[in-house]
Ligand binder design. Structure first.
Ligand code: NDP
Ligand code: GDR
Length: 371
């Protein structure tokens, strides 16, 4: 029997990897995409199937987590065995600018989907995965953080996700639904959005190395994160819906690095040096370790300037996950180390920066937008 999955946020980083994984497992995959004035399906274009042919296994539906009737209709039409709720206004810093929208899409959006399942009487058929987050731990109460660590959210995004976490638990307990939370720590990839810190770094370093950009502006360089690879983490999202009983799991690597270290590792991949400047940074001239023959280019230093514009009103300084439960109950362990992740991201961004560089050399304008 072919299983059917519905993914919200299918056009995002995780949505793209998850859709690919589920298709490889023989699922029929439905995804919700938002209407946009430009094409917004870059990450899933390779999975696209002509809607005019029969037996399509990957289908996109227009929709939005802020629109209940639309969600009810899509759930009714698709009758999914599994729903993965990955859609969200997922940028922590932006949630301080759009707090009400974050609450609506990330918090109430989760309720809308759970209600759609209940209203349509699908609570025994449809399993529900909620994309919960290590941001729930915020001002951390325990190191490392595990499933029982108390929450202390530090942004409108995290507060909205806290509502989503508990409403998922509540629907499991109140209506016997198979509904669970994956409390995922930061996970990255070449598909990561360009304004999250890891991708901002790998993209900028590649562009600076090729003379396309002068410097990289960052905020808090001391923030510590537990970074894994998105591809490893979506596998766990699927595993969580294949158990006998719904349970919540922390997904993390159990290893922590600073933003500053991430910059140094990325620079080392291209064999360039890096200097940190500004706002309390006493590290001008600090040089990253260059890894011998890995050096791919010779252009000068990468200058990282600290710009307080990127500081957050309330910061999450340190996150470190304890994935013991996932390992013991599901046999899951992350496959990718941070250095491997950085190498993959730098490689991808270097390739696309080279393309931009050739466009420029040919006399065409290479547009750049940095945030
Ligand atoms: P992305 O930002 O890459 O993707 C978010 C997706 O949600 C996009 O497809 C986006 O559409 C869609 N979306 C945004 N707002 C709405 C809305 N109102 N209605 C419907 N869809 C919407 O996030 P990730 O893939 O990185 O993360 C997936 C989920 O996991 C998110 O919920 C995130 O909060 C959570 N999470 C992520 C972690 C990480 O480190 N990546 C860690 C822990 C949790 P569009 O493409 O049109 O913008
Ligand atoms: P985060 O990821 O807030 O952890 O949320 P992000 O990459 O945005 O920030 C990580 C840390 O880096 C610091 N930082 C900067 N961040 C950005 N974006 N831009 C900068 O210039 C910069 N300089 C320093 C931040 O202050 C922060 O401490 C991500 C998202 O995917 C969420 O959806 C998810 O829930 C969590 O990870 C787990």
């Amino acid at each position: 029997m072919t299983k059917t999955a519905l993914i919200t946020g299918v056009t995002g980083q995780d949505g793209a990897y998850l859709a690919e994984l589920l298709l490889s497992k023989g699922y029929e995959v439905h995804g919700i995409k938002r209407r946009s004035s430009l094409f917004n399906t870059d990450r899933v274009d390779h999975l696209y199937q002509d809607p005019h042919v029969d037996n399509q296994r990957f289908k996109l539906h227009y929709g939005d987590l802020t629109d209940s009737t639309n969600l009810i209709r899509i759930v009714q039409e698709t009758q999914p065995d599994e729903i993965y709720n990955l859609g969200a206004m997922s940028h922590v810093a932006v949630s301080f600018d759009q707090p009400e929208y974050a609450a609506d899409a990330d918090g109430i959006g989760t309720l809308r989907l759970l209600e759609a399942i209940r209203i349509l009487g699908l609570q025994k058929k449809t399993r529900f995965y909620q994309a919960s987050t290590s941001e729930l731990y915020g001002l951390v109460q325990e190191i490392p953080q595990k499933e029982t660590t108390p929450f202390y959210p530090r942004s409108p995004y995290a507060v909205a996700k806290m509502y989503a976490y508990w409403i998922t638990v509540n629907y499991r307990e109140a209506y016997g639904m198979y509904a669970c939370n994956g409390i995922l720590f930061n996970h990255e990839s070449p598909l990561r959005g360009e304004t999250f810190v890891t991708r901002k770094i790998t993209r900028a370093i590649a562009r600076i190395a090729l003379g396309l950009q002068d410097c990289l502006y960052l905020g808090n360089l001391s923030a510590l994160r537990d970074w894994g690879h998105a591809k490893d983490y979506v596998e766990m999202q699927w595993m969580m819906l294949q158990q006998e009983q719904a349970e919540d799991f922390v997904i993390a690597t159990g290893v922590q690095y600073s933003v500053r270290q991430f910059v140094e590792f990325a620079a080392a991949e291209l064999g360039v040096t890096v200097a940190f400047e500004g706002h309390g940074e006493q590290e001008i001239g600090r040089v990253a370790k260059v890894e011998g023959d890995k050096a791919k280019c010779k252009v000068g230093d990468v200058i990282v300037r600290v710009d307080p514009r990127y500081y957050r009103p309330t910061e999450v300084e340190t996150l470190l996950g304890d994935p013991t439960k996932a390992k013991e109950k599901l046999g899951w362990t992350p496959k990718t180390t941070l250095r491997e992740l950085v190498a993959e991201m730098v490689e991808a961004d270097y390739t696309s920066a080279r393309r931009d560089s050739l466009v420029k050399l040919a006399g065409f304008q290479a547009y750049d937008y940095n945030e």
